[in-house]
Design a protein around this ligand. Structure first.
Ligand SMILES: NC(=O)c1ccc[n+]([C@@H]2O[C@H](COP(=O)([O-])OP(=O)(O)OC[C@H]3O[C@@H](n4cnc5c(N)ncnc54)[C@H](OP(=O)(O)O)[C@@H]3O)[C@@H](O)[C@H]2O)c1
Length: 332
């Protein structure tokens, strides 16, 4: 596809995924966002990756979630996304919310992992370079690091905002007590936390007890990652592991041994409930996350435009009866 062949759909903001304010901020997020952890690296189909970004934007998905280490090899998702940005989206930067993160292992030596000021700020500079951007909309601390003082990590994030290299700050996978401290430090620094990103899906609900109420109490938004449990919450594994699925890849994070007979039994029963609702299981799993306004957005992954289309249609029915919620809860 040539550089200038893309013209976004003129009706991209009507009849699309819908938007919600992120916590108590003035920033609206699409209820469905697209994550580039898998499927956008150098080992993946770059034509399909480009089509997915176009399709997402054409359907009102304005938020793309990345991290320094996304893609195989690390950094390749940001690099490939940067090329797409430059060639196809240079006129649309102000319509996009682009996030990145640092906190997991990225480069060798003592400064390429953890959450020191040195690592986070160097990593942001690398991410901006790979994505060919002047700033990111959200920069996340990707995980809590007990070996770095929280003041140092939060101070680095606050300085990114003060320097205009990030517009907002987020945290991801923080234990409740550390999230509470982080919110207080960021408030004191004059750069309040915008958003908390954590795992949330029918099989993983722990955050309902602590992370979610704490975010609400602090006016911080919440965005769910892996809402399909990496694809388990779809019908794809019911009859075996398809070639080209995440579980089939040696480099994917979903391991074959996670697909146990017990999990498959639950998936089959959930699939029946979804069918009774007139949804695919993937749609029901996303709708289930979005049933509460406390979840501002879900970050889906997708390996094809077809999956993304399926997922976007989840938005058509996000209401559940008490009976459905009880039956789903029993299978979680
Ligand atoms: N903060 C963190 O630490 C963290 C951690 C993990 C993820 N994330 C973010 O969350 C994003 C999403 O995570 P995830 O990729 O694990 O999300 P997910 O939505 O739970 O799983 C995505 C996978 O599910 C399958 N899938 C998607 N739609 C489908 C459909 N309609 N029917 C059948 N299968 C479907 C695809 O797998 P196949 O490839 O098998 O087709 C796809 O790659 C990431 O890209 C990243 O941005 C953040």
């Amino acid at each position: 596809m040539s550089k200038n062949a893309y013209t976004p759909a003129p009706d991209r903001y009507t009849n699309t995924v819908g938007y919600q304010f992120c916590g108590k901020s003035g920033l609206k997020l699409p209820r469905i966002s697209l994550g580039l952890w898998h499927n956008f690296g150098d080992v993946d189909d770059t034509d399909e990756a480009l089509k997915m970004i176009h399709f997402a934007f054409d359907h009102g998905i304005t938020h793309f979630d990345l991290a320094n280490n996304y893609g195989t090899p690390y950094g390749s998702a940001e690099k490939n996304f940067g090329k797409i940005m430059k060639d196809h989206f240079s006129s649309y930067r102000d319509e996009l919310i682009i996030s990145t993160k640092a906190g997991h292992e990225m480069w060798p030596g003592p400064y390429g992992d953890g959450s020191s000021r040195k690592y986070l700020i160097s990593s942001l500079h690398q991410s901006l370079h790979r994505m060919k951007l002047d700033y990111v909309d959200i920069f996340y601390s990707h995980r809590y690091d007990p070996t770095t003082p929280l003041e140092e990590t939060m101070g680095a994030l606050s300085d990114m905002v003060k320097q205009g290299k990030a517009l907002y700050i987020g945290i991801s996978k923080y234990p409740e007590d550390k999230a509470r401290e982080a919110y207080a430090i960021l408030r004191k620094n004059g750069t309040p936390c915008l958003i908390n990103q954590d795992r949330y899906n029918i099989f993983t609900r722990q955050i309902e007890q602590d992370v979610l109420p704490l975010a609400e109490e602090n006016g911080v938004g919440f965005i769910a990652f892996s809402p399909l449990a990496q694809g388990l919450l779809s019908d794809k594994y019911i009859n075996g592991i398809p070639e080209n699925s995440r579980a089939a890849h040696s480099y994917g994070f979903l391991q074959k041994n996670q697909i146990t007979p017990e999990v498959l039994n639950k998936i089959s029963k959930l699939n029946e409930i979804a069918a009774q609702r007139g949804q695919t299981l993937a749609q029901m799993a996303l709708a289930w996350c979005l049933r509460t306004p406390d979840v501002n957005s879900v970050i889906v992954g997708a390996s094809s435009v077809k999956q993304l289309q399926d997922n976007i249609n989840a938005i058509q029915n996000t209401s559940f009866t008490d009976d459905e919620l009880w039956r789903i809860g029993e299978l979680g």
